[in-house]
Design a protein around this ligand. Structure first.
Ligand code: 3PG
Length: 391
């Protein structure tokens, strides 16, 4: 549960509110905004603040170096149904003048904060300057809550700081699924690197009834069990950890599903000799690129319509459609099971978006790294600094 104040807990009427919002969206080759999901999630907070009679200064980053946010302003304007002015630098006299001219109901968007290195350096003077634009601060960018950047953790030192509605929904949905789930709770964890997934796997093991492991990460588990994985991507310095995970699961009566069959190839790019083999039949020259149908079938056997599934990470090289059957199969099993489902953001969310399946899941997080942190049992620095519910 989010134990922080939100926009609903404060009086914003007539105030200028500085909103750290979620404008880091995919940009298509023609320079226009691609998937608008994050922007749609940003709207309820902005709409609420406008309805309450606030003036809004929107600030955000874009991850791609040099990417202007000017292209996002008209999209937000359309979603809000009002004009959104744009300041082509988040600093400077012209920007300060635009902020000062704002009236209730008006919206000003600032240029990409990361055009200034002070943002990522969490520079105090920079944060103070940003804070001078508003009387209240709202953090509604869940996707960036794991970053200790000036607009995330610096500004709240200078302004009363509360959470936006998207942050509230993300935190409450993910933590409720972990702390008070409909059982059985099953976690499906994929992706490439076991080393980055150890915290989440270890934490999830304490919470779940069963854990399914896929993706290149599963190769390391298979190899640690002594199976031949050919030329597949593995982390041989992580065998010990993989064995520990299996031992801990066993000691705690938790089911861990490793792939029983896999898709292999002899050349990833050329799609040579692609076939499904049992995990004990992987050849010396084979490269594992996906889980096989029997592995997907294992999940089907344990998912329960009354339960919950938390899914993070693709099951193979899902960005290549020759190798995406396992990931697609897992998506379909989860959807068809009728279980309540939560999908962590990042690659998994991109995949199900691309497959047109996003609306079939219970909740798809906007955040990649941030949702991983929460699912690893960690707090998020940009949420820690917000005003507590009781204060
Ligand atoms: C995200 O897309 O995960 C967030 O917006 C953070 O972006 P970053 O990874 O560039 O810090």
């Amino acid at each position: 549960m989010l134990h922080k104040q939100t926009v609903k807990d404060i009086n914003v009427t007539g105030k200028t509110v500085l909103v750290r919002t979620m404008l880091n969206v995919p940009i298509d080759d023609d320079g226009s905004v691609g998937d608008k999901k994050r922007l749609e999630s940003a709207v309820p907070t902005l709409q609420y603040l406008l309805e309450q009679g606030a003036a809004l200064v929107l600030m955000s980053h874009h991850s791609h170096e040099g990417q202007s946010l000017a292209v996002v302003a008209p999209v937000i304007a359309e979603l809000l149904g009002c004009d959104v002015a744009f300041a082509d630098d988040c600093l400077g006299e012209a920007t300060t003048a635009k902020v000062q001219a704002l009236r209730p109901g008006q919206v000003l968007m600032l240029e990409n904060l990361r055009f200034h290195p002070e943002e990522e350096a969490n520079d105090e003077a920079f944060a103070k300057q940003l804070a001078s634009y508003g009387e209240l601060y709202v953090n509604d960018d869940f996707t960036t809550c794991h970053r200790e950047h000036a607009s995330m953790v610096g500004v709240p030192k200078f302004l009363p700081a509360v959470a936006g509605l998207s942050v509230e929904t993300e935190v409450n949905t993910i933590t409720a699924a972990l702390d008070n789930p409909k059982r059985p709770l099953i976690a499906v964890s994929g992706g490439a690197k076991i080393s980055t997934k150890v915290p989440i796997i270890s934490f999830l093991l304490q919470k779940v009834d069963a854990l399914m492991i896929g993706g290149a990460m599963a190769n390391t588990f298979l190899a640690a069990e002594g199976l031949q994985v050919g030329k597949s991507l593995i982390e041989d310095d992580e065998f010990e950890i993989a064995r520990n995970v299996m031992d801990t699961a066993k000691a705690n009566n938790k089911t861990v599903l490793l792939p029983v069959d896999v898709v292999v190839t002899s050349d990833i790019d050329a799609h040579q000799n692609v076939r499904v083999v049992a995990t004990n039949e992987v050849g010396e020259d084979d490269i594992i690129v996906d889980i096989g149908p029997a592995s997907v079938g294992q999940l089907k056997q344990i998912v329960d319509p009354k339960g919950t599934v938390i899914w993070n990470g693709p099951m193979g090289i899902a960005e290549d459609e020759v190798y995406d059957d396992g990931t697609l199969g897992v998506a379909q099993v989860i959807i068809e099971s009728g279980a309540y489902s939560i999908v962590g953001g990042g690659d998994t969310a991109d995949f199900i978006d691309g497959a047109g399946l996003a609306d079939k899941f219970g909740f798809v997080s906007n955040g990649g790294g941030a949702s991983l942190e929460l699912m690893s049992g960690n707090t998020l620095p940009a949420i820690d600094v917000l005003l507590d519910k009781t204060s």
